[in-house]
Design a protein around this ligand. Structure first.
Ligand code: PLP
Length: 408
């Protein structure tokens, strides 16, 4: 008899053997600049400065956001027990959608349980067999899955490569693509690099193609007013669809959305499967997100602090001899190239936790072979002193790891 149990144990073991096992570290309290990890069989819990959250503006434990969520429990209850179109729409769901659209300069917005669902539910509705989707090769998994669910013709272009984007647009045109859309992450989260949205809009417009941006790693903190990469590149009026998350800078709880022209959003409300067949976003999360969005809109100080922290980190790390991918985003990729890079990055990140700094190492297949890295994410919640402690932990951990290996 076929034994699925043994089969799965073999598969699990293969993941461990390949060094790809993702163990979850438990925290004992809220997300913040400082977190406490739970004790495990192999050691006591530690207090650590957190440099691996998407908590860019520090809103995840913001007292005003928490108070709004608590009040909403009393006013709006715990859950909706319904999808939106049956009896799951409260006044605050529509208010949040209006506020998101207004903030992003779009006509309308539609909430989903997550940005993963937003991306999963958008393509199938708008793009059929006679249409074409042109997607950056490094786009987020949720875009890849959403594109798979649509029957549209698919084209992939090399990361941020405008020549290749144009070549793929030519191919889509030659194949007779009716509706054509170029879709890109606004920020590529493993590198901290921006999609060149102004150039993308230029190229797309020459082919009459729509432009869609997933701004999950930008909404709230990138661009002068925090309106994301379209604002940074001066193309807010040239981007057709924006997807993003409430699970990162905007409070970090959960939920996602698509913002676009009214007729696009209207059609998604009628046809988008993750919207139609999944529960409404929880009342407390909606209320918290509304306050988070308002705070983000006003967070000029927070954005300045975040930029300052990112610049300080980059300059101190560069002086200390670390190799960072270039960029301006608060995501920093600290590179550990070469054959032993994956092992070194992992060892350095583990040593850093002993020095009270929490960061994560990434290696193949999450990033290309030979391009292992430790990803550091700055937050407005960090102080300059926190940033200095992070860099000091890098220096100390590198010395321990390299000093301990033969020939270093
Ligand atoms: C985080 C992220 C998502 C998923 O967002 P959720 O709301 O957590 O589902 C989608 N796209 C990109 C680019 C992301 O970084």
């Amino acid at each position: 008899m076929y034994g699925i149990r043994d089969d799965l144990l073999v598969e699990l073991d293969a993941i461990r053997q390949a060094g790809l096992w993702k163990a979850e570290r438990e925290l004992t309290g809220p997300q913040g600049a400082l977190v406490r990890t739970a004790g495990t069989a192999s050691g006591a819990g530690v207090e650590a400065l957190n440099f691996c959250a998407n908590n860019y503006l520090g809103l995840a434990d913001n007292p005003e956001v928490i108070a709004a969520a608590k009040d909403a429990l009393d006013e709006f209850g715990y859950g909706m027990a319904s999808v939106r179109f049956i009896c799951g729409t409260q006044t605050q769901h529509t208010a949040l959608e209006r506020e998101i659209a207004e903030f992003l300069g779009q006509e309308a917005a539609i909430l989903y349980s997550s940005c993963f669902d937003a991306n999963g539910g958008v393509f199938e509705v708008l793009f059929g067999a006679e249409d074409a989707i042109i997607s950056d090769e490094l786009n987020h998994a949720s875009i890849i899955d959403g594109v798979r669910l649509s029957k549209a013709m698919r084209y992939r272009y090399r990361n941020r490569d405008m020549g290749d984007l144009e070549a793929q647009l030519v191919a889509a045109r030659d194949a007779g693509g009716r509706r054509v859309v170029v879709v890109t992450d606004g920020v590529f989260s493993m590198d901290g690099s921006f999609a060149p949205l102004d150039s993308i809009c230029d190229v797309a417009e020459r082919f009459g193609a729509l432009v869609m941006v997933d701004d999950s790693h930008a909404t709230g903190f990138i661009g002068k007013g925090g309106r994301g990469t379209p604002e940074l590149f001066g193309v807010m009026d040239r981007v057709d669809l924006i997807s993003s998350t409430l699970g990162k800078a905007l409070g970090g709880a959960s939920g996602g959305y698509i913002a676009a022209r009214a007729e696009i959003v209207d059609l998604l409300r009628q046809r988008s499967r993750p919207y139609l067949f999944s529960n409404a976003v929880a009342p407390a999360v909606v209320a918290g997100s509304r306050v988070a969005l308002r705070l983000a809109a006003q967070a000029d100080g927070g954005r300045a602090r975040l930029r300052g922290n990112a610049a300080l980190f980059r300059s101190l790390m560069t002086s200390a001899g670390f190799e960072l991918l270039p960029g301006e985003h608060p995501i920093h990729a600290v590179m550990f190239p070469g054959d032993d890079g994956a092992a070194r990055a992992k060892a350095v990140s583990e040593a850093m936790l002993r020095h009270g700094v929490y960061v994560i190492a990434f290696s193949f297949p999450v990033v290309p072979r030979g391009k292992a890295r430790i990803r550091v994410q700055l937050s407005a919640a960090h102080s300059a002193e926190d940033v200095r402690r992070c860099v000091a932990a890098f220096v100390a951990a590198r010395a321990e790891v390299d000093g301990g290996s033969a020939g270093a």
